[in-house]
Design a protein around this ligand. Structure first.
Ligand SMILES: O=C(O)CCC(=O)C(=O)O
Ligand SMILES: [Fe+2]
Length: 350
């Protein structure tokens, strides 16, 4: 059957202008997903098939030992960052209550009175608090994702509490505080894993910016036809990801998508210096999924610092593979391209 061409732009615009997000479609009880959400046929069942986590063990690193046996933890991080670009951390010191509160806060925001929620809807990235659906709605060449989100820079200039919705204000502030301290520890351990001084990555301002995205994935009537988040690798120096118990996150490893099984209280780490792991999120029929991604980067904020391969890691045998760039330049290209599965970093290859 030949499907008639349709005006994807107009349909995306109509979806956008309703300001109700994917949750609005679910509340309206759609039983068939609109065409703009449909993946090209076969996308989910390509050669990169899904395998269960029991075939491959995504590294789980216990930070309880970080004081008594730091070298051991550093060794594990090095191995995970080189081979996976992804690991789960347990006993990270962030209280479970803080993680629970932020998930509850995200749910409260998305499930509040739609009219109140609409007042936060914007595509203006200069706003302190940005709620919309699909940051790349107009730029992505792939399908629209079954997901709503809100975003906020929590560093270097955190918003005043009054600028944040009451539904999630306190939880956001408390959670971000913990992400900054866990981020500091991770940057120290990653520096050590690179054979550099503990302070190296921090001294390069890698944790100057903390950009948060809070995701809400409503249940989907046809989960096999769409996706929660397209495959991509992140735009940050480091991402700390909190996912709830629903599941659906997969990471690409040796050409297979592997399910990342939710572990209560575990945080997931990916970073760009070692492997920047490609990952995606599947939709599901029955449950709402919530996740919170803490990206260490100043992203689009004015920042003239130029980044390139760390000089100490270069030698005659190991010359730079990437050219220098600013985070603004990098992020602009990332946002314009949208999540389409293609690597953005590769466009900076020398
Ligand atoms: O929802 C998730 O688990 C992942 C989200 C994600 O990959 C991202 O925000 O970059
Ligand atoms: Fe991601």
């Amino acid at each position: 059957m030949v499907t008639k061409e349709f005006d994807s732009y107009s349909e995306r615009k109509a979806f956008d202008e309703a300001k109700a997000g994917v949750k609005g479609l679910v509340d309206a009880r759609v039983t068939e997903i609109p065409r703009i959400f449909r993946l090209p046929q076969g996308t989910l069942s390509d050669k990169k098939h899904s395998v269960s986590a029991s075939d491959f063990a995504i590294p789980i690193i216990d930070f309880a030992g970080v004081h008594a046996s730091r070298e051991l933890v550093v060794e594990k991080i090095k191995e995970a960052a080189e081979n996976w670009g992804f690991f789960q951390v347990i006993n990270h010191g962030v209280p479970i209550s803080v993680l629970q509160e932020i998930q509850d806060g995200v749910r409260r925001f998305f499930e509040q009175d739609p009219e109140v929620k609409k007042s936060y809807f914007t595509r203006d990235a200069a706003k302190k608090f940005v709620y919309n659906s699909n940051f790349d709605l107009y730029s992505s060449s792939s399908c629209v994702n079954w997901r709503d989100s809100f975003a906020c820079y929590m560093a270097p200039d955190p918003p005043n509490p009054e600028e944040l919705p009451v539904a999630c204000r306190d939880a956001m502030i408390e959670h971000a505080k913990h992400m900054m301290s866990l981020g500091a520890l991770l940057f120290e351990l990653l520096s050590e894993a690179l054979g550099l001084s503990s302070e190296k990555l921090k001294s390069m301002d890698c944790m100057k910016g903390l950009f948060m995205i809070y995701h809400y994935y409503p249940p989907c009537p046809q989960p096999e036809l769409t996706i929660g988040t397209n495959n991509h690798s992140d735009n940050s120096f480091l991402t700390i990801l909190l996912q709830d118990q629903v599941g659906g996150l997969q990471i690409l490893h040796h050409d297979c998508y592997i399910d990342v099984k939710p572990i209560p209280g575990a945080l997931l780490i990916t970073n760009d210096r070692f492997i920047s792991a490609e990952h995606r999120v599947l939709s599901n029929r029955n449950e709402t999924r919530i996740s919170v991604a803490s990206f260490f980067s100043t992203n689009m904020l004015p920042n003239s610092t130029v980044y390139g391969p760390i000089k100490e890691l270069l030698s005659e045998e190991n010359p730079p593979k990437y050219r220098d760039f600013t985070l603004e330049e990098y992020t602009k290209g990332y946002v314009n391209k949208g999540l389409d599965g293609a690597s953005h970093l590769s466009s900076f290859k020398i």
